[in-house]
Design a protein around this ligand. Sequence first.
Ligand SMILES: Cc1cc2nc3c(=O)[nH]c(=O)nc-3n(C[C@H](O)[C@H](O)[C@H](O)COP(=O)(O)OP(=O)(O)OC[C@H]3O[C@@H](n4cnc5c(N)ncnc54)[C@H](O)[C@@H]3O)c2cc1C
Ligand code: FES
Length: 376
Amino acid sequence: MLNPAMLIAPLSIGAIGAGLAALISVTDKIVNNYGEVTININSGKKEMTVQGGGNMLNTLAEQQIFIPSACGGRGSCGECKVKVTSDIGPTLPTELPWMSSEEIKENVRLSCQIKLKEDVELEIPDYLFYIRRYTCTVERISDLTHDIKEVSMKLPQGQSIEYKAGQYMQLEAPKYGKVKEPTQRAYSMSSAPHEPARIEFMIRLVPGGIVTTYVHEHMQEGEKIDAIGPFGEFHVRDTDAMMICVAGGSGMAPFKAIFNDMIHTGRINERDCWYFFGARTAKDLFYVDWLNELQEKYERFHFVPALSEPEETDDWDGETGLITEVLDKYLKMPELANAEKEGYLCGSPGMLDACMDVMREKNDMPDEKIYFDKFG
Ligand SMILES: Cc1cc2nc3c(=O)[nH]c(=O)nc-3n(C[C@H](O)[C@H](O)[C@H](O)COP(=O)(O)OP(=O)(O)OC[C@H]3O[C@@H](n4cnc5c(N)ncnc54)[C@H](O)[C@@H]3O)c2cc1C
Ligand code: FES
């Protein structure tokens, strides 16, 4: 049986760590008065004078410039890269795991790890100037499975958001319990762009996780939650190649957005699409009726759910086995083997890495035609 202490421990350690970091940062600002510093972005396109001493990621966010930060600034996602064109010293050990040698040479830095001690010049993609913070109202929270909730949010009256199906937002949980700071994490939108006044998510509970515990145990319909975005490069490429889509768990979210978008634009009739969804038992499956309906209605859409450990009571007559085995079996069928293909994958890092190996090593799909968002 699961010991409740095992669930609470990571949350407490995370909260203590975050509290300690905040304390160190405040003390540092008081002891070392860094004064004002100037941030010059894209050769003067934007220039601002700010109080020094904070980290670059948060300081830019205070100025309404939002750099992607899927892990919320913990140095564990590698998403918050900016190119620094002035001299701010060498790359830090905490940045190195995320940097290629080319990026180190070009002084690409992790903005969450850089403390602003002096004037700095940066280059960022122009689209980041258009990222916004939306204060949304939670409209509906419902259970998709025993550990995944669907959360639907309304944007503020009169506001709308433009995004590509497959992109993600950063949701900000407020401080609660032992968590003393608002905390952001990345969540793929499961809503489609043709409904721009609301956004929807599928959020799987990570035991002891800060934001998922908030969503599953504290969030109420009617409350306000901040969402920042849209971010990310996970979207369908505009080609006629066959789409090989693979997901597990809440990795369903961007695919719900993508398939609804393809229906809305008519693309669903124009290219072949195979969707492989891996689950352990029938209780981990959801949206099966909807996906079966799509398969019946659209000749070029195929849905292959697979259970790795079906239970007797599941009464399952679909594919069984690991999603990697099922994917490999289908990719070797002549109809798929001989087609030009693109891979689209979403879910846990372990499942994604194993499926990408199947695509690349066992079925010769080129690396540059495989697109993914790793949830972790
Ligand atoms: C681009 C992107 C899109 C994402 N989209 C979604 C989405 O649509 N739905 C969704 O549910 N999640 C999604 N995630 C994952 C999400 O951002 C969080 O990492 C996850 O929800 C855990 O957050 P937390 O604050 O609850 O846990 P944390 O407080 O961050 O973590 C607590 C502990 O659990 C570990 N942990 C973190 N994440 C996981 C995990 N996924 N599985 C197991 N252990 C973990 C951590 O290492 C830590 O030890 C996405 C991630 C990325 C990068
Ligand atoms: S925000 Fe994740 S590494 Fe910087």
